[in-house]
Design a protein around this ligand. Sequence first.
Ligand code: NOJ
Ligand code: CA
Length: 712
Amino acid sequence: MNNRFYLLPLLAASIGASAAVITSPSGNFTLEVDVDGAGAPYYSLDYKGRKVVSKSGLGLLADEMAFDKGFVITGTDTTTVDRTWEPVWGEYASIRDHFRELAVDLESAPGTSPERKMTLRFRLFDDGLGFRYELPRQDKANYLTLRRESTEFDFGHEDPTLFCIPGDYDTDEYLFSETTFGGLAEAMASYRGRHTESQAVEGLSVQTPLLLKTSDPLYINIHEAALDGYPAMLLDADPSGKKLSAHLVPDRLGVRAYLQLPFNTPWRTLIVSDDARDILASQLVLNLNEPCKIEDTSWITPMKFVGVWWEMFTGHKKTWAYSDDYRAKPGITDYSKLPSNGRHPANTANVMKYIDFAAKHNIPGVLVEGWNEGWEDWCSYRKNRQFLFDKPYPDFDIDSLTSYAASKGVKLIMHHETAANAADYERQLERAFSYMKEKGYDAVKTGYVGAIIPRSEHHTSQWMVDHARHVIERAAAYRIMIDSHEAPRPTGLCRTWPNWLAQESARGGEFESMGGNPPSHTCILPFTRLKGGPMDYTPGLFQTDLSYYGEGKTVKAGTTLVRQLALYLTMPSPLQMACDLPENYERFADAFQFIEDVPVDWRDSRYLEAEPGRHITVARLDKASDDWYVGAVTDENARKALIDLSFLPKGVKYEATIYEDAPDADYRTNPQAYRIRRQTVDSRTKLRQPLAPGGGVAIRLQPRDKALAAKK
Ligand code: NOJ
Ligand code: CA
């Protein structure tokens, strides 16, 4: 790993008695930190002379002692850091980490007790701010029962638009609201009762990452980085004050975190720009995470995969469960004595078909869900049955499938659905991972569907954050890659643990068969959820008329076929599914060629156009060749994307293969109409590319003269 590191000491300017002020390296941002008359710390942030965050409170409150007032500043320290690092995979081959840091040391004001110490650490980048609380060992107590974090984000000087989902301790699988502080009550009320499994928080709370847009406009993404040993943060909204305040996910006793000192909280992050494209390009969250902890990363392999999966969602009445008899006979444990229900696609013959398809189309992985014992009762969250992670169903011949896959150069991807029984998963974990390695698996999709985590923990409480960390660390020890579903939302930990290839942690493509995803959804996710890390969105839906999950009625997906190709660029992930059934891909083989070709790991990325909820156009350079790819998506409105190819090296001709919506395509009426055409382009070309309502475009650019392109 290449870490160029420079330290430039710099003095913090002083305002009044103790205020500290720093500016970002380019001078765009100014941060001020101070304590008020009651000794309560606060900060404010400006961008290009405009207020971003007005004076906002900081602090922590534990049973043992309070860290929110009664402080004096005893010292400040500033440094400038400029270094680059190389991620194992991602949107860029190398990432610059350039910031000015301010550490503010706080101690109890004379006469206050007990004695307390805390450091506030701020990192001010050219694309935003990160800050965290650092609690060193204290004289009086080193074990804290944390009740509250009082971090605030005050936008009282503005009336921004918010792109957000409701506060919820257990799920983030929601569509976004585009609203204002004044409209939040109505927007949040509209979600109530819609999600039966979740523990939605009453009141006006929202989840991070969320996006704010002011009238100027300024775009502001709020999230957190390096969530480890601490609960996830929601934000409570105060509509009249236009303020957001931290709301940590509690355990059943109302405790937010049990902390052993010394302890540093996760970073609170603000990515800010007057250009929406900068929000998408920002690597601030990754920069605030610790460097990679895995020494040899050669086994971490970004890849595409198909799966025995969509059959269970769309209209074929297929099941993860092997047998229907189990519901009636919960006492029976020997599956070989039971007949298959005949609707169980995780069977040897069917999996072989997927392996054949993957091998034929150069897709490296095949996921198989429903391969193991325990699914008969999974929707009632394991009341009767236990998932066993080393017990294949009788019709899934794991050994012959592993060797068949190997003979075809394909890898099977494991699936561990826990139905939220994370404690039982921990008990089985070592056995489950050993079993995977014994059977030749290198990657697993984990899942935590359901509300009932043991001991009434929540999906995003400290206990589950610890669980996720434990699983990823153990997986690294076994050289296993993870794709987690229903886990605490990502906060850039994939930099530290690059075997954490992807997460779901938002409303994914599967909802096309469970209520639908309007086209705007995938124009918001890159500005919000994706700032924490890649999403296993499961693009690649070609059969856009779907059978509604479990009911058989037909629904239309919120997409054209071509848009699904563009999602491989606009929703980048080192682990990308081609979600549809092989027979649907065979019907549109020429369009599937794009999925076959598109890489999942990039040398460079350029955001060409962007507006949250409306449209995104991005160009990416393959890490392994000199091919560029361009993807654009729009919302429900037709649009002309302006694709300025000036990023191409000068003097090199490229052949563009353009996968475009047909002129009469429309996601509501004619979603599968597309055209594929070829055109010669170079760095002077500006394509004015029509996108259908709910549509997109996907382009592959191959240099005519490879040697010349390689030289440039
Ligand atoms: C929910 C996941 O998001 C989905 O991908 C999976 O198929 C089901 N759980 C079953 O594990
Ligand atoms: Ca899910």
